[in-house]
Design a protein around this ligand. Structure first.
Ligand code: HEM
Length: 323
């Protein structure tokens, strides 16, 4: 199995972080800004025909954009974005049995082998090429590690971004007085993204982390080696940390910014945060500019989450785009 960032620690992990840092840097992913804009507009154009009927905004919009952006990041043709999306739907599908899972995994590995060969022959301005060009300081990623990095980007960067988009739309629709602040230009879309990350984080909890030494926390001792679950959802609602005013349980775009660790913390902190934020900051205003009367097609209380303790993911987001 390819080694990857999420599955390693210590010196091994540090080496992978160093070798991949440039490819993930804000500077490298900034070049995607115009493409994210165009991909969003294309998706919105595709929604026009069904805009008067209820549709699932998650499936038709939020689920599509992040994989297309990852496709662009990798430097693959737009025609292949749908293929990648379908492969990963299979890959992560809970109903897939072990044999189908392994088959899908092997197909993806072959796909990445082909992609790597192609980028070696035809380098581009993309993450894959950057990962292949890491040898400048003597050490380089192996092909296995390049594939591991490509795989982990989808695992860590797809559904999380889908959830960010859905959770932001939901929060704005459920809090019209807050949304008005955005419409009046008193609050920016960057704030919408940050407050969504805090209020309704795309990843609720991270399993498993292990204490590397005895730690005293909140009157408890966590022993070295014990398994921990870090709960981003709970951390950003902690009243001791955030105070009572405004209450951390409320979606409030006027609160002090930066009060969450929904991208993690420490050596494993999310290297895709710049890209994820950029995507939210581009896609959300374009969506609401195109469909200013967008509203939920069901009551907010009827929205259901996937039964998961890790991802904070709506099953569907039924909306009317032009009621
Ligand atoms: C809103 C969207 C996103 C959220 C909320 C999110 C959140 C996280 C979290 C909580 C972690 C684990 C941090 C830890 O263990 O302490 C993580 C790791 C990671 N994320 Fe993200 N992420 C998002 C988007 C992305 C995107 C778009 C990419 C890729 C372009 C990405 C790539 C990664 C990778 C490679 C790791 C593993 C890093 C490591 O273990 O060293 N993420 N992310």
């Amino acid at each position: 199995t390819p080694t990857n960032l999420l599955g390693t620690d210590g010196a091994e992990h540090k080496r992978l972080r160093l070798l991949t840092a440039k490819a993930f840097s804000a500077r490298s992913v900034e070049r995607l800004r115009p493409r994210i804009h165009d991909l969003t507009v294309e998706l919105l154009d595709g929604l026009e025909a069904g805009a008067h009927e209820p549709l699932d905004l998650k499936n038709e919009f939020a689920f599509k954009l992040p994989m297309s952006v990852i496709g662009e990041l990798y430097g693959v043709d737009a025609a292949e974005h749908g293929y990648l999306r379908d492969m990963y739907v299979k890959f992560f599908s809970a109903v897939t049995g072990p044999e189908e899972f392994l088959e899908t995994y092997a197909t993806l590995e072959r796909y990445y082998e082909g992609m790597i060969a192609d980028k070696r022959a035809n380098p581009g301005e993309d993450l894959t090429t950057e990962l292949l060009n890491t040898g400048e300081n003597g050490d380089a990623l192996t092909d296995l590690e390049v594939r591991g990095t490509l795989q982990v980007v989808v695992a860590a960067g797809h559904e999380t971004t889908v959830n960010l988009l859905c959770n932001a739309v939901r929060a704005l629709l459920a809090h019209p007085e807050q949304f008005d602040l955005v419409k009046e230009g008193r609050v920016g879309w960057d704030t919408v993204v940050e407050e969504t990350l805090r209020f309704d984080p795309p990843t609720s909890n991270m399993i498993f982390r292990f204490a590397t030494e005895d730690v005293e926390l909140g009157g408890q001792t966590i022993r070295k080696g014990e398994a921990l679950m870090t709960s981003y959802g709970a951390i950003s609602r902690d009243r001791d940390e955030h105070g009572e005013e405004p209450h951390p349980d409320t979606f409030d775009l006027t609160r002090e910014k930066g009060r969450h660790i929904s991208f993690g913390y420490g050596p494993h902190v999310c290297p895709g945060s710049h890209l994820a934020r950029m995507e939210g900051q581009i896609a959300l205003p374009l969506l609401f500019e195109r469909f200013p009367d967008l509203r939920l097609a069901v009551a907010d209380g009827e929205l259901e989450n996937h039964p998961s303790i890790v991802v904070n993911s709506l099953k569907e987001l039924p909306v009317l785009l032009r009621p």
